[in-house]
Design a protein. Sequence first.
Length: 266
Amino acid sequence: MRTLSEFPADTAAKVTTVFADIDDTLTTDGRLPAVAYRALEDLFNAGFHVAPITGRPAGWCDLIARLWPVHGVVGENGAFYFAYDAKTRKMRREYFADAAERARNSARLAKIEARVLAEVPGCAISADQPYREADLAVDFSEDVTPLDAAAVTRIRDIFEEEGAIAKISSIHVNGWYGDYDKLSMSSRFAKEVLGFDLEAEKSRIVFCGDSPNDAPMFSYFPNSCGVANVADFVDQITCKPAWITAKKGGEGFVELAQKLLTSQED
């Protein structure tokens, strides 16, 4: 990882699209600081394509797509994307799996929920679970006393023992059934909403994240960026971002936005 200050201005000037995780990337200590929201708005108003790529639930994503200065949002680690057209006042909701398959998967995840709660003391089902449509989120740090690495790994292992996919974020272990992730749904979102092929344009896209579940995005985008707290997971991330900010969380995202905006002006 190289410091963001080394990001070449001519490369930054070619960037057209900014994808970003939410928790501990746009947020700082669990809150969305005004400067981070303003950075999103400044990027949006400057003509960048802007979209959060998050593990957060459908209920949150509906609000984000509707009210934030973004072109859409990929949620639940790639289970869907939502995009709101302000002119027609229509929300577009596209899912990896149809409603019937999501219902079947929910029943399978209920078994995992019971196992995790019984086998890993101190964890909890995420407070945002009622607003989810496709995955199960197990809280190990957000609203509970943080668990150690062994407990977090055990949560992931239980998902995998039941044949599910599991990813570790900075606060949750998210698990689901289905061959998707943040990257696969981001590709679909880019094609269907933003109107371009992700593979063809990936050098002009910056993804900003902070944790192990962002590894597919860090690996794919040559100009991926981690906020400073990504260093907390350096031993757990299979592929590290190309660049890293000096500050953590939302303030780190502001650094990235300022770099891109300044490069556009030069």
